[in-house]
Ligand binder design. Structure first.
Ligand code: NAD
Ligand code: UDP
Length: 349
């Protein structure tokens, strides 16, 4: 099957360069993944509908003759004219609550039909399929930290359900499709990841706080700020993706990928203020409905099966991210400058 030659892999089709499709490749994580795959000697096709992704995230990569961008929506069957793939990564789905809640039906269909279309393509090409699932499958967890064996506590009719249940269904599709058609599938559950190339208007907490601090605008804490998250730096996560893809075919996951260092949102605000030297005030807004109270990955399975653990300290990762936003925020379109707020957040909590 696959033979390793240096960093690249010689495929069974013996074309020299293995060929990979990254759906959602122009987004935050997808662009880092495309870059890592090109560095490893792959031919990379980045497929994206540019809903939250940006051409600027991957424009540098177009200098490579082995990189191609295809504008396409994964809800529709894949376009003709694509090469045969050895590997398919499914990252196509908005990840930030304001963006995935803006059109919930579209988010649910992206998870369902998008995953189905990519699975069918994987079967046709004899490719491996990777699914970017999420810690949101655990909902507002009763078990802490969350191991993969925990089935979760998701409100299936709440405003987050389009995404949480969409990803849960995408996992089911992958496992059942794999069993029925012998497609090798690899499922990772990603916990809150941050880093350069997040959008200033992404709406997630790390980018919101940094952009607000840099611009001297109020830091918006939703609720009292005592809810926790565990933040993983993007480079660590991408290393985990690549290790997952190299596990034996019988290992499908799901496997948690994230950094178990858990902090409160209020603590994150203090750290961002200190690192940016900002004098922004902190304001308290209404907590979004169904916002999980705490979240921390149990990463022992990733340690055992992938030999993976995150390496980047929060302070280092945040400094890199602050540098990125300092270089980009000044160049933003004025319409893109205000960090989005959750619905009904105009009031102080
Ligand atoms: P992102 O919003 O930056 O990237 C998503 C990409 O998918 C964008 O480029 C977007 O334009 C594209 N996309 C969305 N709908 C599409 C469609 N119908 N057809 C084609 N392309 C489409 O978010 P991200 O943080 O890079 O997340 C990437 C993936 O990882 C998502 O699937 C997300 O659910 C998952 N994930 C991310 C995190 C995180 O902390 N970053 C956590 C859990 C899961
Ligand atoms: N959050 C916040 N202020 C913001 C954005 C988010 O206090 O400007 C909170 C949010 O309510 C949640 C946590 O930060 O408790 C993480 O939110 P994010 O949207 O980044 O990710 P997710 O909720 O998907 O974990």
């Amino acid at each position: 099957m696959h033979k390793h030659i240096g960093k690249a892999t010689l495929t069974r089709r013996n074309r020299g360069r293995p060929s990979v499709l990254v759906a959602g490749g122009a987004g935050f994580l997808g662009s880092h993944l495309c870059e890592a795959l090109l560095d490893r000697g792959y031919r990379v096709v980045c497929l994206d509908n540019f809903y939250t992704g940006r051409a600027s995230n991957v424009i540098e990569l177009t200098r490579s003759a082995h990189f191609e961008i295809v504008e396409h929506d994964v809800v529709d069957p894949l376009p003709a004219g694509l090469p045969e793939f050895d590997e398919i990564y499914n990252l196509a789905c908005p990840a930030s609550p304001p963006h995935y809640q803006a059109d919930p039906l579209k988010t649910a269909m992206t998870c369902a039909w998008g995953t189905m279309n990519l699975l069918e393509r994987a079967r046709k090409d004899g490719a491996k399929l990777f699914l970017a699932s999420t810690s949101e499958v655990y909902g507002d967890p009763d078990i802490h930290p969350q191991p993969e064996s925990y089935f979760g506590n998701v409100n299936m009719v709440g405003p987050r359900a389009c995404y949480d249940e969409g990803k849960r269904f995408a996992e089911t599709l992958c496992i059942d499709y794999g069993r029925a058609h012998g497609v090798p599938v690899k499922i990772v559950r990603i916990f809150n990841t941050y880093g350069p190339r997040m959008r200033a208007d992404d709406g997630r907490v790390v980018s919101n706080f940094i952009v607000q601090a840099i611009k001297g605008e109020p830091i918006t804490i939703y609720g009292r700020g005592d809810q926790t998250r565990s933040f993983c730096y993007v480079d660590d996560l991408i290393a985990g993706f690549l290790s997952m893809m190299e596990t034996p075919e019988s290992f499908t996951g799901p496997v948690n990928l994230g950094n178990p260092a858990e902090i409160t949102v209020a603590h994150l605000a203090r750290v961002v203020l200190a690192l940016t030297g900002s004098e922004s005030q902190v304001v308290y807004r209404v907590r979004p409905v169904d916002d999980p109270c705490r979240r921390r990955p149990d990463i022992s399975l990733a340690g055992r099966m992938l030999g993976w653990e995150p390496e980047t300290e929060l302070l280092i990762g945040l400094e890199n991210t602050i540098d990125y936003f300092r270089q980009t925020v000044e160049r933003l379109d004025p319409l893109d400058r205000r960090a989005p707020q959750p619905a009904g957040s105009g009031m102080v909590a």
